[in-house]
Ligand binder design. Structure first.
Ligand code: ZN
Length: 283
């Protein structure tokens, strides 16, 4: 399975762009988690540089990605213009406009443009540390301008469609690269979860519009050895759990779901324990 490391831009003391109290770091995290959840449901191994409100420099995040062994790096951001409200649309940044990174950027832009976003294009930004220092194909998606009210309205009202569009662009590239079977269908959000221990689909973690600053995650294991983490992650994914790996210092933390409500994390914990896993809830 291809492995994608997802980097929600900014975090912690670095809010990114801010407009009318809205912080880019929160939008980035929310969208990144939703896209990651969809990718995990469609045969991709998903890793994150952060799943909560913490700061690492772009350089450090590139190093985390390099150490993770991931095949692709996808960084999530929102744009801002020098004069607020003067620009709108989506664009995807790459180190150089060539190869599979540029192809993935185009596949994502096309899907987002189909939702009605203005497509600014694929832009070369070789100076960005996250793109320059990472060794795998890397892209940085700017999902609309945070200082544009119309873009923000679209971001909020069509959040699920946007997450699905970005996921589908990524899946399209992976299929064309032969890294995913053609039988993988298009993603839709909230994702379908196949599990037989409970008929009811667990609520999607991020669809209730609550702030992402505090999320409950169910941890199933923490390893210094990457292979152990990958193995457990694959096993959980095959059993239908929305598992991912959080890179935290020198630890690979295997977690399932990211829930804004504690009760949902507890329900996931019950399902995991019923399937024989040791778990604990972390924030
Ligand atoms: Zn940013």
């Amino acid at each position: 399975m291809p492995t994608v490391i997802i980097d929600p831009g900014h975090g912690g003391m670095d809010p990114g762009a801010v407009y009318k109290g809205r912080q880019e770091k929160d939008d980035n995290l929310r969208l990144a988690l939703a896209v990651g959840e969809l990718l995990a449901q469609n045969g991709v191994d998903v890793l994150y540089t952060r799943t909560d409100d913490v700061y690492d420099s772009p350089y450090r995040k590139a190093m985390i990605a390099n150490e993770s062994g991931a095949d692709y790096l996808i960084s999530f951001h929102r744009n801002a213009s020098p004069i607020a409200g003067n620009a709108s649309g989506i664009e995807t940044l790459v180190y150089a406009d060539r190869g599979v990174a540029a192809q993935m950027a185009r596949d994502i832009n096309r899907e987002l443009a189909a939702l009605g976003f203005r497509d600014i294009g694929v832009i070369e930004r070789p100076g960005l540390a996250i793109l320059r220092r990472s060794r795998m194909p890397a892209i940085l998606i700017e999902t609309g301008f945070i200082d544009n009210d119309a873009d923000n309205l679209k971001f909020d009202e069509e959040f699920e469609e946007i997450a699905a569009a970005i996921s589908n662009g990524i899946l399209e590239t992976l299929k064309n690269e032969g890294q995913l079977p053609d039988s993988i269908s298009s993603a839709s959000y909230p994702p379908e979860i196949s599990n037989n221990t409970q008929n009811e689909r667990p609520p999607s973690p991020l669809s209730d519009n609550t702030p992402t600053s505090k999320l409950y995650r169910v941890q199933v294991g923490a390893f210094k050895n990457r292979n152990y983490a990958y193995e457990l992650n694959s096993q959980l994914t095959e059993e239908g759990f929305p598992a991912f790996i959080l890179m935290d210092g020198d630890l690979y933390k295997v977690q399932v779901g990211a829930f804004s409500r504690l009760e949902n994390a507890i329900r996931m914990e019950y399902r995991l324990r019923a399937a024989g896993y040791d778990t604990y809830i972390t924030t």
